[in-house]
Design a protein around this ligand. Structure first.
Ligand code: GLA
Length: 385
């Protein structure tokens, strides 16, 4: 039997002592890392993420009342709200708005929710671009459906989490994070078509590992910069007369660039070229063509740096350090929404020690920051334990 993580054991104890009863349901949802396909999801494009073995855990027990009572163990804070639509946002705690938002979106769609006591904890690094929020939303969606006795498909759970994030929390994110947290598969990345929401599993070749390096850059105003990029892409699509940037080829974009401002043209160039790279990268992984993968990830990073302008110097520094060690034997790029967060590398396990040593030695010297390094496994999506 798999070992129960110490953090989950602590959560079980905290639930029992806080609610004076043991939980009788447990759920977990993973964080995620995106291998390639950045800022393509809200342009109806392609993404290639995998779920990772870092989790949010939610324990629950029905409480026979029309209310949710929540303990957030990591913050040592609690919340309580009635299950009556519309639910008001919490005046102070931002974590509580994920719980309220997920419940609110379910109620809005007509799901009959039943009350419950829940306790939450997790080890997905927060604010690092590894989708601790999507992981929480998806774990909660699963929890509410089981507490209330209805079936929520992984896809619908993901859409509900995204709805909560868009309308309750106020970040106009795409669907990638919630979908991979809900539907991830062990040892696989998923090539997701974010228009049709269909996905194809892509096995990560034996011998390659997923390394995530958190820059620990303090991220400020990320949501507003993110929302601004989204608006620029939508404005570009509108001027090009297409539904979304998914619907134009790179060649057509070059021909019609005159319709766009210089800034919109740069943004569109990133999205359109990134879509192509993502489909190519999925094929390269399938065929074990690591040199091609390496090139595509490098181009993706450069495009995010120069055309989409979402990297920061510390992130560029990490990418440069990792690529010195891995060369064409693996790929490395910034991952996630940008403005800090993490870089992801796919590389032979034998090179992990050298990458770690170089980053530990050089990154603090060059940036004054200390990075966290995580060796991850592509993991299963949300489950009831
Ligand atoms: C964030 C969003 C996603 C996606 C990425 C960028 O993680 O939540 O929907 O847009 O940024 O690829």
């Amino acid at each position: 039997m798999a070992k129960v993580p110490a953090q989950l054991l602590a959560l079980q104890q905290a639930f029992a002592s806080h609610f004076q009863q043991a939980h009788n349901m447990a759920f977990q949802a993973p964080g995620r890392v995106n291998l390639i396909g950045e800022h393509t999801d809200y342009n109806d494009g392609f993404v290639l993420p995998c779920a990772i073995n870092f989790y949010t855990w939610v324990l629950a027990r029905p409480n026979e009342q029309q209310k949710i009572r929540v303990l957030a163990l990591d913050y040592q804070q609690q919340d309580e709200f009635e299950l009556r639509f519309p639910i008001e946002p919490h005046p102070v705690y931002s974590w509580a708005n994920y719980v309220r938002g997920v419940a609110n979106s379910l109620l809005q769609q007509g799901y009959a929710l039943k009350g419950g006591d829940i306790a939450i904890s997790g080890n997905v690094p927060k604010g690092a671009g590894l989708s601790s929020s999507a992981s929480l939303e998806v774990a909660l969606g699963l929890c509410f459906s089981h507490l209330s006795g209805f079936v929520l498909s992984g896809r619908d759970n993901a859409l509900n989490g995204q709805h909560a994030e868009n309308h309750f929390v106020g970040c106009h994110c795409g669907i990638m994070d919630q979908l991979i947290c809900a539907l991830g598969q062990q040892h696989q990345a998923l090539l997701i078509d974010t228009r049709s929401l269909t996905s194809t599993a892509v096995t990560i070749p034996d011998g390659l590992v997923v390394l995530i390096i958190n820059s620990n850059v303090q991220r400020g105003l990320v949501d507003s910069a993110y929302n601004e990029r989204r608006q620029q892409c939508e404005a570009a699509a509108q001027k090009l007369g297409i539904r979304a940037l998914r619907d134009i080829s790179y060649l057509e974009l070059q021909q019609q660039q005159y319709k766009l401002s210089a800034l919109e043209a740069k943004r569109a160039r990133h999205v359109v070229s990134e879509n192509d790279r993502t489909e190519q990268a999925a094929k390269a992984l399938q065929q074990g063509d690591i040199r091609l993968l390496s090139r595509l990830m490098a181009q993706s990073h450069q495009s995010m740096q120069q055309d989409f302008e979402i990297t920061v110097p510390a992130i560029d520094c990490l990418v440069q350090l990792v690529s010195i060690v891995i060369g064409q034997q693996g790929g490395v790029r910034m991952t996630g929404g940008g403005f800090g967060g993490c870089v992801v590398a796919l590389l032979p396990e034998a090179l992990v020690a050298d990458v770690t040593a170089l980053v530990k030695r050089e990154y603090p010297k060059r940036t004054g920051l200390v990075a966290d390094i995580f060796l991850c496994e592509a993991s299963q999506g949300a489950t009831r334990l």
